[in-house]
Design a protein around this ligand. Structure first.
Ligand code: MRU
Length: 345
């Protein structure tokens, strides 16, 4: 039985349903996804998004297709197409690379289905562990800033950076959250704000360019962000706008943390320059569109640049909060630094 539920995904044995995040928070629409073309389309238009969530969705769909009797050779071709759907988040590639060797193996399809479910379970557990370590850093009533959406919608569990905040909230620490709206697709203003409301977390949405002034006034005690890929030297890619926050945090001496499972570290990626950055449609910058309608304010003929992610150099990170512990800058450098020796309780 392929049975798995998260905030944005339901797999009930025979079908995969995805909560369309492009329509949130105005409309909660669940979409059936039964084939690879549909999932690729949903990923590209960010109906399902967030690095761990897209990896988990790809795994569940391949498990369903295997169970329905897909021929392993067909599934290998499908998996290769899915792997290319979004280029920056390494989770998608990790999932495919774990499942492909099982296609056509002696235990197929049972082994593939079990591995896909194991990927889901691991993500849930990793979220819990990161949240446990990260929440220890949060004091009473701190003002925390976060960027993009890193909660239950973006993962199979409670989230990465948002999981830390949620856990501190559940521990009664009463964090207050500045929610960066996150232009151009507003994952913060639409999705993180929605998740804060669902969990009763005190928050206020800000325009991305308000962060500097808040830090100058001493109204940000800590910044937590997620990541789509981390290089071996600690440089990391995350939603566009993360790097500017890190620079601001450095100037204003605000602790700046990246929260990710250690599977987000790509052992084949030496540093941030090697991380492929997804370039998206210029129309997303010239206006907005969603369930609230669509609006273009810039001249249609004006070219626009739309990198979906940026790279923050390791020297701007206070600590990497992984599922294996909290690693300071002094940890970086040793081979496999992320696997052991993080500060834990
Ligand atoms: O383009 P998106 O919305 O998929 O980008 C998501 C992010 O940048 C998140 O911060 C990231 O996936 C890591 S946390 C789940």
């Amino acid at each position: 039985m392929i049975d798995f539920h998260s905030a944005g995904l339901v797999c009930n044995g025979t079908s995969l349903s995805i909560l369309d995040q492009s329509l949130l928070p105005q409309r909660e629409v669940w979409l059936r996804c039964g084939d690879v073309d549909t999932l690729i389309e949903l990923m590209r238009r960010l109906a399902i998004r967030g690095a761990p969530a897209i990896g988990v969705a790809a795994g569940l769909l391949l498990a369903l297709l295997a169970r329905r009797g897909s021929h392993p050779e067909e599934l290998i071709v499908d998996a290769a197409r899915l792997r290319r759907a979004r280029p920056t988040a390494v989770n998608l590639m990790n999932t495919i690379d774990r499942l492909v060797p099982l296609m056509g193996g002696p235990e197929y399809p049972a082994s593939l289905i079990e591995e896909a479910l194991q990927i889901c379970r691991e993500d849930v557990q990793q979220c819990d562990r990161m949240a446990h370590y990260g929440a220890q850093l949060v004091g009473e009533r701190e003002m925390i800033l976060t960027h993009c959406n890193t909660g239950g919608l973006a993962t199979a569990g409670i989230g990465t950076a948002f999981g830390v905040i949620l856990t501190a909230h559940r521990q009664g620490k009463r964090p207050f959250v500045w929610v960066d709206e996150t232009r151009p697709l507003l994952q913060g203003g639409r999705l993180t704000a929605w998740e804060c409301l669902q969990h009763g977390i005190d928050h206020r949405i800000i325009c991305d360019n308000a962060a500097a002034q808040l830090m100058r006034r001493g109204e940000v005690q800590r910044i937590f962000v997620g990541s789509d890929r981390i290089g071996v030297n600690g440089d990391f890619a995350n939603k566009i706008g993360t790097y500017s926050l890190a620079v601001l945090a450095h100037y204003h001496r605000v602790p700046f943390y990246v929260v990710a499972p250690c599977s987000t570290i790509d052992p084949s990626c030496p540093n941030g320059r090697a991380i492929p950055i997804e370039q998206r449609d210029a129309a997303e910058v010239r206006g907005v569109s969603g369930s609230f309608g669509s609006c273009r304010w810039a001249p249609e003929q004006s070219p626009a640049e739309n990198p979906a992610f940026d790279v923050t150099p390791a020297e701007l990170v206070t600590a990497w909060i992984l599922d294996t512990g909290v690693f300071g800058r002094e940890s970086i450098g040793a081979a496999g630094w992320w696997e052991k020796d993080g500060k834990r309780d």
